[in-house]
Ligand binder design. Structure first.
Ligand SMILES: [Zn+2]
Ligand SMILES: [Zn+2]
Length: 296
C-alpha cells in the first residue's frame, strides 16, 4: 500500500503578482508528482493537493518559502492514492467565487475552536449554527441542529443572509464550511450586515472531525476530489444522514447522471447506480448523449 497525503489549505493575503506564481507553481508540482488544484489571486491562495508523503512534505516547504505563505495552515489527511487525476493551477479573481470581493475578512466572525463548539453543545447553550456550503454538501453531512440553506453555490450566501437569517441578528450565530475559507467571508458578511455575535468554526469541518469524531457531526463530509466523501464517524447511527434516490438505503454517495444533457447530481447506493446505468431516470438511460467513462 502506498502512503499518500491530501492537503487542504488557504490563506487570505495580499499577493502582488499572483500571475508570476502560477506558472512556477504548476511547473514545480508537475516535477514533484503533486496533483490537485490550486488557485492564486490578489487576495491569496486556495488549494487542495495530493501526493506521496515525501513529496507532500517537500510541497509544504516549497509553499512556505514564499514569505506570504510562511505561516499557512495545512490540514492533512492520509489516503492510499492520489485523490486527483491532474494538476491545475489557476489565476483567479477571488480564491472562492462568492461575489463577496468587497467584504473584508478583517470583519470576519470570531474564531471558534472545535473544543469550544463541543462545549457549547454539551452545555446546551442557545446558539444558531449555519452551514455555509452548498445543498449537496450539507445533504450528506451536517452539525447537529444546523440550518442548511439550500444554496446552489456560494454566490447565494448574500441572499440567504438577507432573507433567511435576518431573524437571528441578536443571537449567537456560528458558521462552518469544509476547511474554513468560505466562512472567512460568510461570517464577515454577517458582521457587515449587522449581526451582533458572529463566530466561524476555526479550521472548518476537517479540523473538527479529526478531533471529535462520533460527537456532533452527523453523516459524511463532501470533498471536491476523487474521494467525493469522507466518512469520519464509526458509530452506525452517525455514519449517514441521507438516502439513495432509488431504494432509500442509507448512503453518502453521489453520482452525476450520465446523460450529459441532464448531469443532475443524485444520491445513489452502489447497487442502484449499476442497475440504473449511472442515470437518474429511464429517459436519461435512453439518451444518446451518455458519458462513456465510468468511475467508482
Ligand atoms: Zn439504492
Ligand atoms: Zn438524468
Amino acid at each position: 500500500m502506498n502512503d499518500y497525503r491530501v492537503l487542504l489549505f488557504y490563506k487570505y493575503v495580499n499577493l502582488q503578482n499572483p500571475e508570476r506564481i502560477v506558472l512556477e507553481h504548476l511547473h514545480w508540482c508537475l516535477q514533484n508528482d503533486i496533483k490537485g488544484r490550486v488557485f492564486f489571486a490578489n487576495e491569496g491562495v486556495n488549494g487542495t493537493v495530493s501526493g506521496l508523503v515525501e513529496n507532500i512534505e517537500k510541497y509544504k516547504l516549497h509553499l512556505k518559502k514564499y514569505p506570504e505563505f510562511s505561516d499557512i495552515w495545512f490540514k492533512e489527511d492520509v489516503t492510499e492514492e492520489h485523490t486527483f487525476k491532474k494538476m491545475h493551477v489557476r489565476l483567479k479573481d477571488e480564491i472562492v467565487s462568492g461575489g463577496l470581493k468587497n467584504v473584508s475578512i478583517d470583519h470576519g466572525g470570531k474564531k471558534l475552536s472545535p473544543e469550544k463548539l463541543v462545549q457549547l453543545y454539551q452545555e446546551k447553550k442557545d446558539f444558531v449554527i449555519v452551514d455555509a456550503r452548498n445543498w449537496y454538501e450539507s445533504k450528506i453531512g451536517k452539525f447537529k441542529n444546523a440550518i442548511t440553506p439550500p444554496m446552489k453555490n456560494f454566490r447565494e450566501w448574500k441572499k440567504v443572509v438577507d432573507h433567511d437569517l435576518n431573524e437571528f441578528k441578536d443571537k449567537t450565530i456560528i458558521t462552518y464550511c469544509t476547511g474554513g475559507i468560505r466562512c472567512e467571508k460568510a461570517s464577515a458578511y454577517l458582521v457587515e450586515s449587522g449581526f451582533n455575535d458572529v463566530y466561524q468554526l476555526d479550521g472548518g469541518i476537517v479540523n473538527f472531525i479529526k478531533k471529535f469524531p462520533d460527537t456532533y457531526w452527523e453523516g459524511g463530509m463532501f470533498v471536491f476530489d476523487e474521494r467525493r466523501v469522507v466518512v469520519p464517524n464509526s458509530k452506525e447511527e452517525l455514519k449517514y444522514i441521507a438516502q439513495c434516490h432509488f431504494c432509500g438505503e442509507k448512503t453518502s454517495y453521489y453520482i452525476n447522471c450520465h446523460n450529459q444533457d441532464c448531469d443532475k447530481i443524485i444520491l445513489s447506493c452502489q447497487n442502484c447506480k449499476l442497475e440504473n446505468d449511472y442515470c437518474c431516470s429511464d429517459e436519461c438511460r435512453a439518451s444518446l448523449n451518455k458519458r462513456k467513462v465510468f468511475h467508482g
